[in-house]
Design a protein around this ligand. Structure first.
Ligand code: SAH
Ligand code: SF4
Length: 362
């Protein structure tokens, strides 16, 4: 990515980094906490707002650092209340965040990359390839931007990293963003309220488990290697056995279950036999399923199965003692579908729902 600024963005820094940064200016450590609060508890965008810092100090930092956040460009609201937010980044790339309502709480679905390099066949985001990784300030900043600039901001209670991109392919920045949003000096989000959704980059799942305790969702989508490798090229490198072993070992926050997301595609992976195969594949893993009926889009090679078919699939998994949900379509009139976010303004046809598998975890 081109460096547009020679000054670092304070929103890219952890508490410890801000402490280090201001210690060079001869300032006390506790000032870093004050700055963190302005940035993440007030969404401050200028140093002038930081009224508990002396004017001289504010001018000193301003010479050496900048503060920026993704800018809300447009908000589209669906009939069911789902909101799709288009955000502009400093280099004029666009990304999207989606807000999904559940009673009086909101879940924010956050992007981690501009585009995605993983090339899953069913995913429109994947078709556009990867433009670039998002910075910590752009991942955490989606949350800050919405918290302080939308009416529902203060009711955002859950974060799912399930927007554009593969979070574990942008590991360091995603991890740092999590550290920033969960810092008690900043927004203080609970790690239990954060879920990372991955296509299954096995070594990074293991690393994530060592580094931070957040919920894990895995996009599974097929009950055997042959079909999964066809649908998701990542499976050729990290096949099912390896993936499921990593899931088995993943230390979930207390009493939580791993979520397996499964896009149900007509005639591809939706037979009764497939449901049974899936049930035995995951036997012994502390997990639940989220079924996502495929979202069709023009030119897509797959079709959405009938509701009856999805229900039958779900019933088998339930019968096999798995907690299994089928998410109702959300945001169907504003093209806010999971895996379909493009960061473009109405530029191309999009499918018609937002079935984010794990949304609404309390
Ligand atoms: N890269 C991560 C997170 C973003 S994709 C991952 O793959 O998990 C978010 C979710 O959207 C994934 O579960 C993916 O399987 C799903 N998805 C992608 N395309 C879809 C489509 N056409 N219909 C339904 N769900 C889709
Ligand atoms: Fe990337 Fe996830 Fe889409 Fe696959 S499903 S292409 S990993 S965003």
């Amino acid at each position: 990515m081109k460096n547009y600024h020679d000054k670092p963005n304070l929103n890219d820094m952890s508490l410890e980094e801000i402490e280090g940064f201001i210690s060079h200016l001869g300032k006390e450590k506790y000032r870093a906490r004050q700055i963190m609060k302005w940035l993440h508890r007030s969404g401050a965008l200028s140093f002038d707002e930081m009224t508990n810092l002396s004017k001289v100090f504010r001018e000193e930092i301003e010479k050496r650092a900048r503060i920026t956040l993704p800018l809300i460009e447009e908000i589209q609201e669906s009939r069911d209340g789902t909101k799709k937010v288009l955000l502009r980044l400093e280099d004029d790339c666009f990304i999207e965040s989606v807000l999904i309502r559940e009673k009086n709480r909101w879940t924010q679905c956050v992007s981690t990359q501009v585009g995605c390099a993983m090339g899953c066949r069913f995913c429109l985001t994947g078709r556009y390839g990867l433009k670039r990784n998002l910075l910590p300030s752009e991942i955490a900043g989606q949350i800050t931007a919405l918290r302080f600039n939308t009416p529902e901001g203060s009711d955002i209670k859950n974060i799912v990293m399930m927007g554009m991109g593969e979070p574990l392919a942008n590991y360091e920045n995603t991890l740092k963003a999590i550290r920033i949003i969960t810092s008690d000096a900043g927004a203080g989000f609970s790690k239990r309220k954060i879920t990372i959704s991955t296509c299954g980059i096995t070594p990074m799942i293991r690393r994530l488990g060592e580094d931070v305790s957040v919920n894990l969702a895995v996009s599974l989508n097929a009950p055997d290697d042959k079909r999964r490798s066809y649908l998701m090229p990542v499976n050729k490198k990290f096949p099912l056995k390896e993936l499921i072993d990593a899931c088995r070992d993943y230390p979930m926050p207390r009493r939580r279950m791993i979520t397996f997301e499964y896009i149900v595609m007509a005639g591809v992976n939706d037979s009764e036999g497939d449901a049974k195969m899936l049930a035995s594949l995951l036997r012994g893993v502390h997990c639940k399923f989220n079924l996502i009926p495929f979202n069709e889009f023009p030119g897509s090679e797959f079709k959405r199965p009938s509701d009856k078919r999805v229900r039958a699939f779900q019933d088998i998994l339930i019968h096999e003692h798995y907690t299994t949900m089928t998410r109702p379509s959300k945001g169907d009139d504003i093209s806010a579908a999971c895996g379909q976010l493009s960061g473009r303004r109405h530029g191309f046809p999009l499918p018609d729902s937002h079935p984010c598998g794990i949304l609404g975890e309390k």
